[in-house]
Design a protein around this ligand. Structure first.
Ligand code: ARG
Ligand code: ZN
Length: 878
């Protein structure tokens, strides 16, 4: 049963506010230990607002010192202030200016929402409900207002003063203080407000838009780290050019600023004209950042920049619509990466992410629709479902409508809704209108939780030369949604003949088939192809054209055939994954695998490695066995992660052991003495070489761990060094303690490299890992308030070390719930996020399941938790 129903907010209850704030004039006086905020809000009643309707403003943790309307102080009986806000009991029924003054203590703000300090820098995070921690306001995304911001601060502590929009004034304020005035001409919701004051260095550049406007670009950071911002700047300029070319979207202000801060609850934030970033998504240099870091920085810089159109100029009416901006913007950043790098490799990596982060969510106690219809704590809905499944839904729309049709819809969206706060319905309506199609059924993707299962079985009749595909879909119940509807599934496909080439057909019946795509709208369909001379092997769900689990009647030989002949790189990769998953599932559930099947996979892997037509980045992915979580979810229930871990290790040995010589030769051939470059080709080469190294160590080839240790010692870039460290550290070989200790001292001063050390420390697969994690966390100088440090150590452990996290004695479960309770007293968002690691608990075998349940119930019984953590816990135990 759900408790705390009084806090639940429902989509069906959405109503516009009776008042609107149209203009905001903020005055910040920033002193070393307090900040005073004076707000002048221009407020109007809506046309239909009745006289005497109170004005209810949100507030959180504010200390109010004065309230006035149009300059006249309000009598005490005219307003009421409490922990949740400020109510003006009987406001004038005309336009008026409300003036309030509050005092903040940014230094003590450990939640990192609102105005806080990060390494001395004052900065803000307002999405979704942080602005109410700065001043009383209508803190909801459908209130759009223009903002003017005056900041006064000590010149020595904060020589740099930034806010949204354009700088319109600055000067001396006496007594060692100075001021700056910023104005943002674009009306915006308060969650896009930002301010930064600090002693920061910067790099600058410029970008000239397609229509010839020059935009000044700057990235601000801690002094001395400026040269680590060059890659981010390069990524920003490429993003700006791409959005013009691909979507016809130009930047709209004269200034675009990015600030890197070291204490940040998530990746980055798209505040209008002033993006604020977690510094791990800005800083890159070859000695300290990996290829994955470079790609991530490029992606997130693009993502936040793209929000300027999808999020800022067109924003969300309410937070239920979050995936209107997030799913769409993730889709856009995925497309950017695909265009800048390899489309096939990007698609496969995104599928891996979706399966490892979103599918478990969608199949567990935290499942929710991409557009939820209720929440208790909106911060808990910045999820893989809203972001990644949200992007898959947009991708399916693009697949169904085709590139031109999709672009027509996007153009209409920008034209019609610019300057608005809108909904998923409005988004779908423009695509329906621009293409003359009905998207009613398609909308179910936004409303229905759970990963559909698509089942296929085929048959061939040689006499009539017909080939039949039987398809059916099913979505299992999820919390609060017991019955499910059929979804529109775009299934890209091809039929492959015995010689490996594509097969056509003379006629097709029984379903909607367009060239290379079946559109399944019903619960099931039987599609018959005529004029088929030989039994084909079907390649289904090419490009992973719908986010579903696919079950087929294909044999291991069919899959190996696809791995060799599918023209779709995703299809080849998936075929190898399927072969390996089936073997691992068999072994983990007590069916010994056939030596012939293992040998077949081994040969297919050898062929992949040797294939001259495949690029390195693809091979690096193809040579990876499915992760333990994927194997676990395929088994589906009563899983024993330790057993899965053993089986996967054994499979690595069985498949790659025989390839030792090939792997060693490949490893040597892939070496390079060229200076580090972050481009796709060099990245791919390093990825393949490091994959090969992992396979050599994983299959316990003679001398392999010594080879990894020497790669670690001799590496000239972080990609190669970190890969060797991870390989040795997670397998916890004899070399592991030494290389980890070396890594720790080699980069003592760099917190982002410390994070890498923490991650590898948490991933170790030996029994000692839990005690070591406890010791790391207990060290007196461990920065217990920094989200990056906590997530690197604890997030990695719960999400990526299933065998140790789910120890049957429950010691790791209890350790995590204790730590969550402690973190929760400082930073509820980080605590709640770590706790989501338990979302797989109901899938575990009985002993582990019981141990998890007892840790979770003890946490619940333990007393006062934040709304964030209490909400996750209640859903987990419901
Ligand atoms: N809008 C930001 C982004 O997608 C993320 C904000 C996350 N907020 C949160 N409360 N988790 O880039
Ligand atoms: Zn976003």
């Amino acid at each position: 049963m759900r408790t705390e129903t009084e806090h639940t907010i429902y989509l069906k209850d959405y109503a516009p506010s009776p008042y609107k704030i149209t203009a905001v004039d903020l005055d910040f006086r920033i002193l070393a230990d307090t900040t005073r905020v004076r707000a002048l809000l221009t407020i109007e009643p809506q046309a239909e607002t009745a006289p005497g309707t109170p004005l209810v403003l949100d507030g959180d943790g504010l200390k109010l010192s004065s309230v006035a309307i149009d300059g006249a102080p309000l009598a005490l009986v005219a307003y009421a202030a409490d922990d949740n806000g400020l109510t003006i009991i009987e406001p004038p029924l005309r336009r008026f200016v409300l003036e309030t003054e509050v005092t903040l203590k940014p230094e003590g703000n450990l939640k990192l929402m609102g105005l806080y300090r990060s390494s001395g820098t004052w900065c803000t995070q307002c999405e979704p409900e942080g602005f109410r921690r700065i001043t009383y306001y209508l803190d909801r995304p459908d209130n759009l207002a223009t903002f003017k911001v005056t900041m006064t601060a000590p010149r020595d502590l904060a020589p740099v003063l930034l806010a949204n929009g354009n700088l319109v004034g600055q000067g001396d304020a006496g007594d060692g203080m100075h001021f700056a005035v910023w104005e943002d001409p674009f009306p915006k919701p308060a969650y896009l407000f930002a301010l930064v004051a600090g002693d920061l260095g910067s790099i600058t550049d410029s970008f000239t838009t397609a229509s010839g406007r020059k935009v000044d670009l700057a990235i601000y950071c801690e002094h001395g780290k400026e040269d680590q911002c060059l890659w981010a700047m390069d990524s920003l300029k490429r993003s700006m050019a791409w959005d013009e070319k691909r979507f016809g979207r130009e930047y709209d202000l004269d200034i675009f600023n990015i600030v890197a801060v070291s204490d940040f609850n998530f990746g980055a934030m798209e505040n209008k004209g002033l993006n604020i970033f977690n510094d791990k998504l800005v800083f890159a240099q070859p000695a300290t950042a990996t290829d994955a870091d470079y790609e991530n920085i490029e992606r997130v810089i693009a993502h936040e920049y793209f929000h300027n159109w999808t999020g800022n100029r067109i924003t969300c009416r309410d937070w239920f619509q979050l995936c209107l901006k997030e799913g769409l913007t993730v889709y856009r950043d995925q497309e950017f990466t695909s265009d800048e790098r390899s489309r096939a490799v990007k698609r496969i990596s995104d599928v891996v992410t979706l399966r490892s982060a979103q599918f478990p969510e969608d199949g567990g106690p935290l499942a929710h629709p991409a557009r939820p219809d209720q929440y208790r704590e909106i911060n808990n809905f910045y999820t893989p479902t809203v972001y990644e499944k949200g992007a898959e839904i947009v991708r399916m729309l693009a697949t169904l409508l085709g590139e031109a049709g999709f672009r027509k819809g996007m153009d209409l969206y920008f034209e019609r809704h610019d300057g608005e706060a809108t909904t998923i319905e409005a988004f779908l309506a423009v695509f329906a209108e621009a293409n003359g199609v009905d998207l009613e059924q398609f909308k179910t993707w936004y409303l229905q939780a759970g990963t559909p299962r698509l089942t296929m079985s085929d048959s061939y009749d040689a006499v009539s030369q017909t080939y039949t595909l039987k398809l059916s879909q099913e979505t299992l119940p999820t919390p609060g949604q017991l019955t499910k509807q059929a979804l529109v599934l775009p299934i890209k496909f091809g039929l492959i003949g015995p010689n490996g080439s594509p097969m056509g057909w003379s006629a097709v019946s029984g379903g909607e088939v367009r060239d290379d795509m079946i559109v399944l709208r019903e619960a099931s369909a039987e599609i018959t192809f005529k004029g088929i001379a030989n039994k084909p092997v079907p390649s289904l769900l090419r490009e992973f054209s719908a986010p579903v689990n696919l079950d087929t009647n294909l044999t291991q030989d069919d899959r190996l055939f696809l791995a060799q002949h599918d023209s779709d790189p995703y299809g080849r990769w998936q075929a190898l994954q399927d072969v390996a998953t089936a073997l691992a599932v068999d072994a983990a559930t007590g069916k010994p695998w056939s030596d012939a099947a293992v040998a077949g996979l081994s040969r297919a892997m050898a062929d992949t490695l040797a294939n001259k037509d495949l690029d390195d980045a693809f091979k690096a992915l193809a040579l990876g066995l499915p992760g333990e979580a994927v194997i676990g979810r395929t088994i589906g229930k009563d899983i024993d992660p330790a057993r899965i871990h053993e089986v996967r290790n054994a499979l690595t040995k069985a498949v790659f052991g025989p390839l030792g010589r090939d792997l060693l030769i490949a490893y040597t051939n892939l070496s390079s003495t060229l200076p580090y470059q972050p481009d796709a080709a060099s990245t791919g080469r390093r990825a393949l070489r490091n994959r090969v190294l992992a396979l050599l160590v994983g299959s316990e080839a003679a001398g392999a761990s010594a080879l990894a240790a020497s790669q670690y010692a001799e590496a000239t870039n972080m990609t190669d060094r970190y890969a060797a460290l991870t390989i040795l550290g997670s397998a916890w070989t004899a070399e592991a303690p030494t290389v980890l200790a070396d890594f720790r001292t080699r980069f003592t001063a760099n917190p982002l490299v410390f994070d890498k050390w923490l991650m590898v420390s948490a991933l170790a697969q030996d029994e000692g890992v839990l005690e070591r994690i406890k010791a790391i966390l207990a060290a007196p100088d461990f920065p217990k308030s920094n989200p990056n440090r906590l997530r690197s150590l604890l997030g990695s452990f719960v999400m990526s070390n299933p065998a140790q996290f789910t120890r049957p004695d429950g010691t790791a479960f209890r350790f995590i719930t204790d730590v969550v309770a402690d973190i929760d007293t400082r930073n509820p968002q980080v605590a709640a996020r770590v706790l989501t690691g338990f979302r797989i608990w109901q899938m575990l075998e009985p002993q582990r399941r019981e141990a998890a349940r007892s840790a979770l119930t003890a946490l619940q019984a333990g007393g006062k938790l934040s709304r964030n953590t209490a909400d996750i816990l209640a859903r987990m135990l419901a």
